[in-house]
Write a protein that binds this ligand. Structure first.
Ligand SMILES: *Cc1c(COP(=O)(O)O)cnc(C)c1O
Length: 233
């Protein structure tokens, strides 16, 4: 069941990427394991998943410890409180949900202590008035300029969590907005001193209900839980 679900999702990712002329491997699956027990995660690893997304530091810590023998990577995708940043830096390969300069600064400080360069994405609130988590699009370029100066943080791209709609076509404009924002910022960065080295190559967007539209709009990381493990209890 799990294996068949995972294969179906990977096939859909490959097919959509192929249909819009994108290279295989340019879209990667982050298997979302919040509330999913360790035994099922092992099942997913055995079926070929190698990148996992967790929302809560405490829950993730136990799983990551239990699964430390497996060569998989762990991504933090939930809301991160500043007082949990040190644990997140210790545990995760990529933090998708950095939504303020203060949080980025704390991550930089904690990464420095651990002798680590922490890869991050900036979470952007592309729907503005509709929901609240993430940086406003207009404030994103300024935040990037500040983050570019942090020595222990490497900015890899942008993430978004659009409002929920049953119809993926209603979500598509938000995906497009994130991609356009990234393209514009990337162009501007190239001509500015101190930011010309930044590569905002990752776009983390798309979940079970809408990942195909997200891929068509340029997603490089899709975060999928329900289509693989079933409804969360
Ligand atoms: C839970 C969650 C997902 C996965 O959602 P599904 O609809 O189960 O695929 C993706 N991203 C974030 C930030 C989440 O919290």
């Amino acid at each position: 069941m799990l294996k068949a679900n995972l294969e179906k999702v990977l096939n859909r990712i490959r097919t959509v990427a192929d249909n819009c002329g994108r290279k295989p491997g340019s879209v990667r699956l982050v298997t979302v394991t919040k509330t999913v027990p360790v035994e099922k995660i092992i099942g997913a690893i055995e079926a070929g998943a190698d990148m996992f997304g967790e929302n809560y530091v405490q829950e993730a810590r136990e799983k990551i410890m239990d699964l430390s023998a497996y060569p998989v990577s762990w991504h933090f995708i939930g809301h991160l409180q500043r007082n949990k940043a040190k644990y997140a830096v210790d545990l995760f390969d990529l933090i998708h949900s950095v939504d303020s300069i203060k949080l980025a600064r704390e991550i930089d400080k904690q990464a420095g202590k651990l002798g680590k360069v922490q890869e991050i994405l900036i979470q952007v609130n592309v729907s503005e008035e509709i929901q609240k988590s993430g940086v406003e699009p207009e404030k994103t370029p300024d935040m990037i300029k500040v983050v570019a100066g942090f020595e222990n943080v490497l900015l890899r791209g942008l993430m978004t969590m659009p409002p929920f709609f049953n119809d993926p076509e209603k979500v598509r404009p938000f995906f497009r907005k994130l991609r356009n924002l990234r393209d514009q910022i990337q162009k501007d960065l190239l001509v500015q001193k101190g930011t010309e080295h930044l590569q905002l190559s990752e776009l983390s967007m798309g979940m079970t209900g809408d990942f195909e539209a997200a891929i068509e709009e340029g997603a490089t990381l899709v975060r999928i839980g329900t289509a693989i493990f079933g409804e969360r209890s």
